[in-house]
Design a protein around this ligand. Structure first.
Ligand SMILES: [Zn+2]
Length: 97
């Protein structure tokens, strides 16, 4: 059995066809990963481990808000009514029941 090998011209065609596609896919994936990391990080900063940066009170889950591209979650400080909106639901609020 003889293995079919691509001629250099075919290899070149293949590379020219596939490479931009691969680069596009890699760019899109890194963009999505980057944005996810960015939003997660900004969530961490906003949520501040469930502690309100203004008064030191605790954030409690307030409501879920539907957007065109997903759902975000509003948390409200139990002391000063300071509201934050984050992209990921968290139930590890320290505040209690
Ligand atoms: Zn507060």
């Amino acid at each position: 059995m003889k293995k079919k090998r691509m001629s250099p011209a075919q290899v070149e065609m293949f590379v020219i066809d596939i490479l931009p596609l691969l680069i596009t896919i890699i760019l899109v994936i890194s963009l999505v990963v980057g944005l996810t990391v960015y939003f997660k990080h900004s969530d961490e900063v906003k949520f501040n481990n469930g502690i309100c940066p203004k008064c030191g009170g605790y954030f409690m889950f307030y409501q879920a808000v539907g957007h065109m591209y997903g759902t975000s979650y509003v948390y409200k400080c139990t002391h000063c009514e300071n509201c934050i909106e984050i992209t990921e639901f968290r139930d590890e609020t320290i505040g209690g029941s």
